[in-house]
Design a protein around this ligand. Structure first.
Ligand code: GLN
Length: 281
């Protein structure tokens, strides 16, 4: 299959950037850079494999599931069916963490509630080299991805627990979460890549999309260390209703993503230090 044929097949299927994706998938099959795709001829075997991947993409399988990789915070994550593909918007949570904790050498205790691929936790641990963290992921399909990414990219500073985040025991200095927040009734209207392939457990936030935040609003005050911060991802239009749930914590700000959409709610535990912090776990 030629690049032109592949581009046409993707365009006919309604894929947004058919030429760019056709080149990237060819580069993936040939193990070369995108620039070399115009000058490298595939062998018949490679051509057949390429045709197969193009057909999968034309069927709106997520691009990242086909290549098995997705970049997040300039790190290379392994992903596949069963785990949410990390989104560029979610990098906002890391940027904001660097603002609320300017000291990169801090010995932070970090938690990521619903860690999925481990992207947020692992990116945060890269930025804070003396920090340790735990990612909670209750989905048996998702947590092996997080474990593999953590082992490959970070090592023992990251622990992945195959548990619901209700199992978390603080105190933590930083808590991240990109919980499911799409209202149940809107899932089917998402892009086919998302609706048909990505795990609904990572997307479905109940009737109004806020179910996970209600749960987090109950748990976070008991999990955050005094002065600790929580950075939570929100969806389009959720800032006001979501923020009103967190009465026990101080709301510092709501940060926009690169498109200007309010994306990250930053909360702080204002409580004084009352006793010695317990073990991380
Ligand atoms: N940002 C994702 C999407 O729009 C949703 C992720 C989530 O529910 N946390 O597809």
């Amino acid at each position: 299959m030629t690049l032109d044929e592949a581009t046409r097949q993707l365009a006919d299927a309604g894929i947004d950037n058919p030429r760019a994706e056709a080149r990237l998938l060819l580069a993936h099959v040939l193990g070369i850079s995108r620039d070399q795709t115009l000058t490298t001829q595939p062998t018949p075997d490679q051509s057949a494999r390429y045709a197969d991947l193009i057909t999968r993409r034309a069927g709106h399988e997520p691009f990242a599931y086909i290549t098995g990789r997705k970049e997040f915070w300039s790190l290379d994550f392994e992903v596949g069916p069963g785990v949410l593909v990390p989104r560029p918007d979610t990098e906002t949570l890391i940027e904001e963490a660097l603002r609320v904790v300017p000291d990169r050498t801090a010995r932070l205790r970090i938690a990521d509630l619903g860690t999925g691929s481990g992207a947020i936790l692992i990116a945060a641990l890269k930025e804070f080299p003396n920090a340790h963290g735990i990612g909670f992921e209750s989905s048996p399909e998702a947590h092996p991805w997080a474990s593999a990414n953590a082992a490959r990219l970070i090592g023992t500073r990251a622990q992945i627990r195959p548990d619901d985040w209700a199992a978390a025991q603080g105190p933590f200095d930083l808590i991240f979460s990109n919980p499911p927040y799409i209202p149940s009734g809107e899932i089917e209207s998402l892009m086919p890549e998302v609706a048909a392939s990505e795990p609904h457990a990572a997307l479905d936030g109940g009737a109004d999309g806020l179910a996970a935040y209600r749960n987090l609003a109950e748990l976070l005050p008991g999990l955050l260390a005094p002065g600790g911060h929580a950075l939570l991802e929100i969806g389009l239009g959720q800032a006001q209703s979501m923020a009103s749930l967190f009465s026990g914590l101080e709301m510092l700000r709501i940060a926009p993503d690169l498109s200007g959409i309010p994306r990250c709610v930053i909360l702080r535990n204002p409580k004084e230090i009352l006793g010695k912090p317990g073990p991380i776990g």
